[in-house]
Design a protein around this ligand. Structure first.
Ligand SMILES: Nc1ncnc2c1ncn2[C@@H]1O[C@H](COP(=O)(O)OP(=O)(O)O)[C@@H](O)[C@H]1O
Ligand SMILES: [Mg+2]
Length: 333
C-alpha cells in the first residue's frame, strides 16, 4: 500500500478507532470506537475539553501513534497500517502538522524554517528557498522573511509554522490547538489561513477548546471525555436467577456490583467460544472497570447460581471502599 502523495486528495475516514493507554495499575481509553468521516475540502474542528483525546486522535492521524484497534483511511490508504518507507513518505508528503507551541527552530529565520522539510525531502537549496519565500508571502509574511522566531509575534510564528506544514503540499493538514498561545487579533489571521488551506480539496483537522473557531468550521467533531459518571443514586439490591446475565460485554457501564449471596461468573467471548475469567462470591465485587473509567463492559457477568447483588454507582463505590483501596482493587484486571 502506498502513502498519499502531494496533490492527491481524498476523504478521511476514522473507523471504530480505540486508543488505550495502560498506566501502571489502570487503563485510560481516551478514544473508544470513534467513527467520523471528513470529506475532501473540509475544515473539521475537534472540539472538547482538555483530556478528551484530541491530541491522541491527531497523533493517530499523523501516524505517530498506532491505535489499539480500528483504523484511519485517507483516500485509498490505511494510514494506521503504514510501515517502513510508506510511513516515512506519508509523514513527509502525506500530512502537515501544526503544533500549539509552533516548534520552530530558534536559530533559523523564517525562510530557513519553512525550507527544513523541503531540504530533508531532497529539494535543492535554491528551489527550497524560493518556495519558502512564496509560501511566506502567501501567509502574509513577506516583510518577515529573515526574522528569527524570537523577533516574531506568536501569530507570526504560527503563520511560519503553517507555511512549513504545507511546504510539501500535503493533502491532509492537522493543527493541534494552533491558537492556544495567541491573542484575539492573531487568532483571526491564523484561522483564515487554516480555512484557506481547504481550497483545492485538502482535509484540514484542527483541535481546539476555543469556541471562537466554530464559525469557520465546515464540520464539528465533538469529543467527550470518558468522564466517570458522578451519579448520586442510592445502592440497589437485585436478584438474578442462575444462568441470567447481570451485564454483557460491550454494554455501556452503569453500576458496580457487590455480591451479597450466590456466585457470579465473568466470561469473555474469545471468538471460538467463551472463556471464564473469574468468579465472584459473597463479599466480592464485579464490574468496577467500566463505571470507574467510563468504559463499556469488557466482559459478561453471569449468575452461576441464583444470586443477590447490590449495584453501586462509581461514586457510591468509591465512597464504600475508600480511595486508598481502589487502586489495589483494580490491580491486575
Ligand atoms: N502517552 C500517553 N500515555 C498515557 N496516557 C496518555 C498518553 N497520551 C495521552 N494520555 C491520556 O489520554 C487522555 C487524552 O489525552 P489527550 O489526547 O492529550 O487529550 P487532549 O489533547 O484532548 O487534551 C488523557 O487522560 C491523557 O492523560
Ligand atoms: Mg491536546
Amino acid at each position: 500500500m502506498t502513502a498519499p502523495q502531494s496533490g492527491v486528495r481524498g476523504d478521511l475516514h476514522i473507523n471504530d478507532l480505540t486508543v488505550e493507554f495502560v498506566k501502571g495499575d489502570y487503563t485510560v481509553r481516551p478514544l473508544e470506537k470513534l467513527n467520523v468521516t471528513v470529506k475532501a475540502g473540509t475544515l473539521a474542528l475537534l472540539l472538547g475539553p482538555s483530556g478528551c483525546g484530541k491530541t491522541t486522535l491527531l497523533s493517530c492521524m499523523s501516524a505517530i501513534l498506532k491505535p489499539t484497534s480500528g483504523s484511519i483511511t485517507y483516500g485509498d490508504t490505511d494510514i494506521t497500517s503504514l510501515a517502513g518507507r510508506d510511513l516515512t513518505n506519508y509523514r513527509r508528503h502525506g500530512v502537515g502538522v501544526v503544533f500549539q507551541a509552533f516548534n520552530l527552530v530558534p536559530s533559523l529565520n523564517s525562510v530557513e524554517n519553512v525550507a527544513v522539510p523541503m531540504r530533508s525531502a531532497g529539494v535543492k537549496a535554491r528551489a527550497a528557498r524560493d518556495k519558502a519565500v512564496e509560501l511566506l508571502e502567501g501567509v502574509g509574511l513577506s516583510d518577515r522573511l529573515t526574522h528569527k522566531p524570537n523577533n516574531l509575534s506568536g501569530g507570526q510564528q504560527q503563520r511560519v509554522a503553517i507555511a512549513r506544514a504545507i511546504a510539501l503540499d500535503p493533502p491532509l493538514v492537522l493543527a493541534d490547538e494552533p491558537t492556544a498561545h495567541l491573542d484575539y487579533v492573531q487568532v483571526e489571521g491564523v484561522l483564515r489561513l487554516l480555512r484557506r488551506l481547504t481550497d483545492g480539496g485538502r482535509v484540514v483537522v484542527v483541535s481546539t477548546h476555543d469556541d471562537r473557531m466554530l464559525a469557520l468550521a465546515d464540520q464539528i467533531i465533538e469529543m467527550r471525555p470518558n468522564f466517570l459518571p458522578n451519579d448520586d443514586s442510592a445502592p440497589k439490591q437485585v436478584n438474578v436467577p442462575a444462568g441470567q446475565d447481570l451485564f454483557r460485554e460491550g454494554d455501556p457501564s452503569d453500576l458496580i456490583y457487590m455480591v451479597d449471596s450466590g456466585e457470579v461468573e465473568v466470561v469473555r467471548d474469545t471468538g471460538d467460544g467463551e472463556t471464564v475469567l473469574g468468579s465472584m462470591a459473597a463479599g466480592e465485587h464485579v464490574g468496577e472497570m467500566g463505571p470507574l473509567f467510563g468504559l463499556r463492559r469488557s466482559a459478561t457477568a453471569r449468575a452461576r447460581t441464583d444470586v443477590t447483588v447490590t449495584g453501586y454507582t462509581a461514586k457510591a463505590f468509591r465512597d464504600l471502599v475508600g480511595p486508598e483501596r481502589l487502586p489495589s482493587l483494580i490491580r491486575g484486571r
